[in-house]
Write a protein that binds this ligand. Structure first.
Ligand code: ATP
Length: 288
């Protein structure tokens, strides 16, 4: 089966600075690095590294050719990533010597994914495939509806949290993944805890405390694997990508969560995002 991911694609531009500039201050950076980022991209790379057949639906600007090449090199099908007039989405990340950061996000092409690209992509989907999306592009709701009508299963990571997007997506969602903060935001927005939501499976991730898998009937807790974290960026996206890859290859939920817990633990021991997401062989060989 395949996993169709409508997701953001960002260039992360990281500037190292002695301190985060104050309002009105001009400061020279001491280093500048580029990375492939965006929740959507991270999830597609995690899915591909976990061995899933992943088709990314999204958009970049004319400046995004290098991203398509890199994603293709990582095993992601990039045929449904459109090139649009707005530039590629990017994040300007300023990091000081203490590791504190300030981020300015420009959605760019991520807000301009063409509907005909979604329709073209999903015309190749098959009943039983997974469709996954997050809150960093346009068209989530429309795309999820098309996917549902075609008999796909829908996974949704409600991040970054937006109440209106979450309300629209929940009735179409089979698997919802939230971190603890998003779960609280959703409770405030809907008045419902995870077990009361109209979603068959909810996973609430709890960082170093692991995660809860919640259904209307019961809640199963999974401990995290104890490791010494050096960088938790992308842990959640790696986790969700691996859960879906496991489900896509027919694993029961508990086994897919077990695999994802190992992958995310290994991920937090590494610096970086998409480029360092572990592959299945590394996850299986991981002895913490
Ligand atoms: P991020 O935004 O940093 O990508 P998130 O907030 O979406 O992450 P978390 O709940 O922090 O998601 O982490 C997702 C999963 O990653 C957890 O359920 C856990 O399995 C694993 N994980 C995160 N932090 C740690 C840690 N310090 N040690 C071991 N596993 C971790």
């Amino acid at each position: 089966m395949a996993v169709w991911n409508l997701g953001s694609i960002n260039e992360d531009i990281v500037y190292s600075v002695p301190h985060i500039p104050a309002a009105g201050e001009t400061l020279a950076a001491t280093d500048k690095r580029h990375y492939l980022g965006g929740k959507g991209t991270n999830m597609s790379v995690a899915l591909a590294r976990a061995g899933a057949q992943v088709k990314h639906i999204g958009a970049v600007g004319e400046d995004g050719g290098w991203i398509l090449l890199k994603l293709a090199e990582y095993g992601v099908d990039t045929r449904f990533i459109g090139k649009v007039a707005h530039g590629t989405g990017h994040a300007i990340i300023t990091v000081d010597s203490q590791g504190e950061n300030a981020i300015t996000l420009w959605p760019g092409a991520n807000a301009e994914v063409p509907l005909d690209m979604v329709q073209l992509a999903l015309s190749e989907a098959r009943t039983g495939d997974w469709f996954v999306t997050q809150n960093e592009t346009n068209l989530q709701e429309e795309s999820a509806r098309i996917a549902r009508d075609l008999g796909l299963r829908v996974a949704y990571a409600a991040a970054p949290f937006e109440a209106a997007a979450a309300r629209a997506m929940l009735p179409m969602t089979d698997l919802l993944v939230l971190n603890a903060v998003e779960a609280e935001q959703l409770r405030s927005a809907t008045g419902q805890g995870p077990a009361e939501l109209p979603v068959e499976h909810v996973i609430v991730t709890l960082g170093s405390k692991g995660c809860d898998w919640v259904t209307a009937q019961d809640t199963h807790h999974f401990d995290a694997i104890p490791v010494t974290p050096v960088d938790t960026t992308g842990a959640g996206d790696t986790f969700t990508g691996y859960v879906l890859a496991g489900l896509d290859r027919g694993m029961p939920m508990a086994q897919a969560i077990g695999l994802a817990t190992r992958a995310a633990a290994l991920m937090v021991t590494r610096h970086g995002t998409s480029d360092v997401i572990p592959d299945l062989a590394e996850v299986q060989a991981f002895r913490p």
